[in-house]
Design a binder for this molecule. Structure first.
Ligand code: MG
Length: 460
């Protein structure tokens, strides 16, 4: 994940690297100046997550931005979706967010957001990379250096905006008890306040801000959420919610303490959205469960599959004017609020559905179609990944296939398999899904073998 490889700075979600190793203060200043040159004397918000290195890197980026004549509004520490919302609310030209989202504490990163609150496109990233690598930074004359102004109140504005999209009085009536696992990061600034505003009793864990992330890793995977599940059961709560490091993703635990993967809670949101808005387009990466398509079919929606990655989902939603998107990792994009993933918005939507239906989360999720998932991986040297993909596409001709990202095959019995080259490791990942566990594991075995044969054929 090191930056500076092959004239590239940006990965799938901004610039990422280990602080003071891949990502130094000097680099952050130059990156700030490259971004500032691109934004050409514009006004940008700069904010950051709870990482130890975040204030340091933010100050370096601010120095770089103002040196090129950009004005900076500085709210300090805040969740990524709060900063994205502030861009639209305060009509700035964009934002720079210092965060490494779900990565371990030694990492940090730089995200660049456009004036619509969405991360910039790959073309815009290339323009900034060209300025950085070709040293085309344009420093301002001494009297046109940018200003730095504090920006207060963005957390309250954001919480108020979310509340407009749900029936708050109905939620208040239910007096829900919610456990929040804030990952020792920025969700602690917004989620408890939002929930208390909606009449909830809030119990928090990992809600002290601590950039060493002592409570758990900031990736809200089920294996990191055992304490949340236990706490929900111990206090008899109605709901548990865990956020990632920058609070754009949320994973939910039902009242029985069961942890649910993101495409299930997304399917629930999708179902209730389509009941009210039939005919709408639903945007989701090809890695999501067929469940998402089943719900679209059953409730009169149209599914639009995309490549894996949150920026692609946001950009597709914008292009198609779609109002809802979702990912299996707990990212829910609610367009009427903003077309980016937003963990606090997702939490309000889930509580709104529970209140409206007067049903528990376990009941609501139990009503959705069921799938069994099996995962595996096959080794593949990075230089053979593209060749393997081409061969694979040839081999599966005639089947019901999507090649948007890797190869996904759907079968008549509602089972499917996705084979995708990993972006970071020398492997192909396989995800099979079926109505029975046996079918899912048979599919994984069958296609692992096919892929292994195909790759060893390429080596010889
Ligand atoms: Mg994140």
């Amino acid at each position: 994940m090191s930056v500076l490889s092959n004239r590239r700075l940006f990965g799938t979600n901004g610039i990422r690297g280990v602080t003071n190793k891949d990502l130094t203060v000097e680099m952050a200043t130059d990156i700030g100046s490259a971004i500032g040159t691109y934004f050409n004397h514009g006004t940008l918000i700069v904010g950051y997550d709870a990482r130890i290195s975040s204030p340091m890197l933010a100050k370096a980026v601010i120095a770089g931005l103002t040196a090129t004549g950009c004005n900076v509004l500085f709210p300090g520490m805040a969740p990524t979706p709060t900063l994205q919302y502030a861009v639209k609310k305060h009509k700035t030209d964009g934002a720079v967010i210092i965060t490494a989202s779900h990565n371990p504490p030694e990492y940090n990163g730089i995200k660049v957001v456009w004036n619509d609150g969405i991360e910039i496109s790959r073309e815009q990233e290339i323009a900034i990379e060209d300025i950085f690598f070709d040293k085309k930074i344009l420093y301002a004359e001494w009297n046109r250096i940018g200003t730095l102004q504090m920006l207060t109140g963005i957390i309250d504005e954001y919480v108020e905006a979310i509340k407009k999209h749900v029936d708050v009085s109905e939620i208040i009536r239910k007096r829900y008890h919610v456990v929040v696992d804030a990952a020792n990061s920025v969700a602690a600034l917004t989620a408890p306040k939002l929930l208390r505003d909606m009449g909830c009793k809030v119990t928090t864990i990992n809600a002290n801000i601590d950039g060493t992330f002592p409570g758990r890793l900031p990736e809200p995977r089920p294996e990191n959420l055992a304490n949340l599940a236990l706490t929900v059961r111990a206090v008899g709560a109605d709901l548990g919610v865990a956020f990632d490091g920058d609070a754009d993703r949320s994973i939910f635990v039902d009242e029985k303490g069961e942890i649910h993967w993101g495409d299930k809670t997304f399917a629930l949101v999708e179902k209730h959205f389509l009941i009210k808005n039939p005919g709408e387009k639903i945007v989701s990466p090809i890695s999501s469960s067929t469940l998402v398509k089943d719900i679209a079919d059953d409730y009169g929606g149209e599914i639009v599959w995309t490549k894996v990655g949150s920026v692609t989902v946001s950009q597709t939603m914008k292009k198609l004017k779609a109002k809802l998107g979702g990912e299996e990792n707990g990212g829910i994009f609610y367009g009427p609020h903003q077309a980016v993933r937003d963990g606090a918005m997702a939490t309000a939507l889930i509580l709104g559905i529970m209140a409206e239906t007067n049903a528990s989360l376990s009941t609501l999720l139990g009503q959705l179609p069921k799938y069994h998932i099996e995962k595996s991986s096959v080794e593949c040297p990075s230089e053979l990944k593209d060749k393997a993909l081409k061969k694979l596409v040839e081999q599966v001709k005639g089947l019901n296939v999507s090649t948007i990202d890797g190869v996904k095959i759907w079968f008549d019995d509602k089972s499917s398999i996705l084979m995708r080259p990993s972006g970071t490791e020398p492997i192909y990942r396989l995800y099979a899904e079926a109505k029975t566990k046996e079918r899912a594991s048979n599919l994984v075995q069958e296609y692992s073998l096919k892929l292994k044969r195909l790759i060893s054929g390429l080596k010889s």
